[in-house]
Design a protein around this ligand. Structure first.
Ligand code: ADA
Length: 570
């Protein structure tokens, strides 16, 4: 599965994943290679012989095609080098963002695609480090093969704007000419209700709106085309009524023949910050959410569609209205599900708990910038994403750290002027970056890492922010709160790590946070127990992060019903 809807009707697209690829490890320590078939998408940790393997491995797939080819990888964990018939065509770092390669004039016939995947830790990797979550290995998300013509649509962004005359869709697309000759044609933008976008009815009646733009591309040229379509009679996207529309861009050549197309989904909704409130379509949001790792004992980080769906329905059953993609951009299919079900998303770039020293890794800033560009480039149209986050619990209390936060938050603003920006701080009363964000967010653990009463800790932090920082008067989110519980550990003493302790602690935490007049909501850390890196064993029983409300097999702990009652009541 590539997406929950067809992104092309004209461009020929084949899914190369959803099958078995040839696989062989390439151990650098001289160990015996493991040679076998491997599922794609998937993690090699889910196969007995490579369950604990960390290092490099080759994947290979043969396919038949020709012409101008575009290969898109939705996620490779965590570093990829891609070769077509022995020639390197792409390389990419970071497991959590898509990347693509376009290869021109490939002769018709059978070809060999080889991918060298590496999930090892080392100085080259500033973001995938030994951490309180696992860096799996594999081609962990879908792979698409596309056959292009002379020119193609690289991306399509839709910005919904509410005007006096009603909703307007501002469209922008980038078109690339793959030939040595100029390209003359037209670009037609069509807006439809998502349900109507059936095969073949492009441009027929029932369009919500359409506009046609002439286009001329120089040889090998690229051009961005902007247009806008007034759509006064559309229905808004809201968490309770997640109405989706499709935006279709259809490129035709000088003879009016179809050349290429690109389809995406979006929603008519606006997110604004007004004083201490986050508003969606003018209504204040109160976030009742979960932080969720893409992690499962059977699938690693490569959860199949049904497992994503189960997680989303379980969070819904718990009364949640939002999910935080801690701590990296998520699979587009999961975001499609959030769009369809109205689950609000805090999406963030990839980073967790990096010290100033780690942020001074020479690769850190480029790897963060690449992640931000790819995250926003690919996920811009998802209406469920209401906020962009960065750099979870990094060094926002130092001047150097502040310079990194400032650069990344500015980059986000340059790429997307429509969503608020934030980051989850753990720096208590020493944070230097609260003036840089639109929403102030903190991770707090009263009753777990310290036993300060929740109200006291929360009020002390909130009052400090209001009285001493540029975060004063801004919306305030608690982006993490929680406690650990080992599934099945029950004791009337209610000691820490028991399910009873977790249930009591979270009840106090949620009630204090949701009744504090200054907060816009809360994300519980975390939805499910997840695997952590081996070096984290000493503070993580089972070498797992056990703060889930369900365990790794999605079995509910005692806190499940406590949270359900609170989230459903408030
Ligand atoms: C931090 C961090 C989470 C997790 C949590 C914990 O807030 O952001 O990734 O490590 O602590 O379990 O302590």
């Amino acid at each position: 599965m590539l997406r929950m809807f067809a992104t092309h009707r004209i461009r020929k697209q084949t899914e190369l994943s959803s099958g078995l690829w040839d696989f062989v490890t390439s151990p650098e320590n001289g160990g015996t290679p493991v040679k076998r078939k491997m599922a794609v998408p998937g993690c090699w940790q889910n196969v007995p012989e490579t369950r604990t393997y960390r290092g490099k491995a080759w994947y290979e797939k043969r396919f038949c095609a020709g012409g101008n080819l575009r290969l898109e990888f939705k996620g490779v964990s965590h570093t990829a080098e891609v070769y077509l018939d022995g020639e390197k065509i792409a390389s990419h770092y970071n497991a959590y963002t898509p990347f693509a390669a376009v290869v021109r004039n490939v002769p018709e016939g059978e070809h060999g695609l080889r991918v060298l995947v590496d999930n090892s830790f080392g100085p080259e990797s500033a973001l995938h480090v030994e951490n309180d979550y696992q860096s799996y290995g594999g081609i962990t998300r879908a792979v698409a093969l596309e056959e292009l013509g002379r020119a193609y649509l690289a991306w399509l962004h839709v910005t919904p704007e509410k005007r006096e005359e009603g909703w307007c869709a501002r469209l922008e697309a980038e078109v690339c000419n793959l030939t040595e000759a100029s390209f003359e044609g037209k670009l037609c933008f069509v807006i439809k209700e998502a349900g109507e976008a059936k095969a073949g009815n492009v441009g027929n009646t029932g369009d919500t709106g359409r506009v046609v733009c002439p286009i001329t591309l120089a040889k090998n040229g690229t051009k961005r085309i902007q247009a806008e379509i007034l759509c006064p009679d559309v229905e808004e996207w809201n968490p309770d009524t997640p109405i989706l529309y499709t935006a279709e861009a259809v490129l035709t050549d000088e003879r009016g023949e179809a050349e290429d197309d690109l389809i995406d989904r979006f929603g008519f909704r606006e997110v604004k910050v007004e004083g201490r409130d986050i508003l969606m379509n003018g209504r204040k949001l109160t976030i009742k959410g979960f932080c969720r790792h893409e992690d499962h004992p059977h699938f690693g980080c490569a959860l199949p569609f049904s497992a994503m769906w189960q997680d989303l329905m379980t969070m819904r059953d718990l009364g949640a209205n939002s999910v935080r993609t801690s701590h990296y951009p998520n699979d587009e299919i999961f975001l499609d599900l959030c769009d369809e079900t109205g689950m609000l998303v805090w999406e963030e770039n990839h980073a967790r708990g990096l010290s100033e020293e780690a942020m001074r890794n020479p690769n850190f800033e480029r790897q963060c910038e690449d992640c931000i560009r790819e995250m926003i480039g690919a996920h811009y149209n998802h209406p469920s994403i209401y906020i962009w986050g960065i750099l979870n619990e990094c060094a926002s209390h130092t001047e150097y750290g502040r310079s990194c936060y400032e650069a990344q938050l500015s980059l986000i603003r340059s790429l997307d002027q429509t969503r608020p920006r934030s980051f989850a701080s753990c720096q208590f009363k020493t944070d230097l970056c609260l003036g840089l964000v639109d929403v102030v967010s903190y991770n707090i653990y009263p009753l777990w890492y310290h036993d300060t009463p929740v109200e006291e800790f929360l009020s002390s932090l909130y009052d400090w922010i209001q009285e001493n920082t540029e975060g004063a008067g801004k919306p305030f989110l608690i982006t993490e709160v929680g406690a650990g519980a080992v599934y099945g550990y029950r004791t009337p003493e209610k000691v820490k790590w028991s399910e009873e302790y977790q249930a009591e602690a979270i009840e106090k935490q949620l009630n204090a946070i949701l009744s504090h007049e200054g907060t816009s909501g809360v994300y519980i850390w975390q939805y499910c127990d997840c695997r952590v890196c081996d070096s984290w064993f000493s503070t993580r029983p089972r070498t797992m992060n056990n703060k889930g409300i369900v365990d790794e097999y999605r079995r509910p702990k005692l806190s499940y019903e406590v949270i359900k009652e609170i989230y459903s009541r408030r």
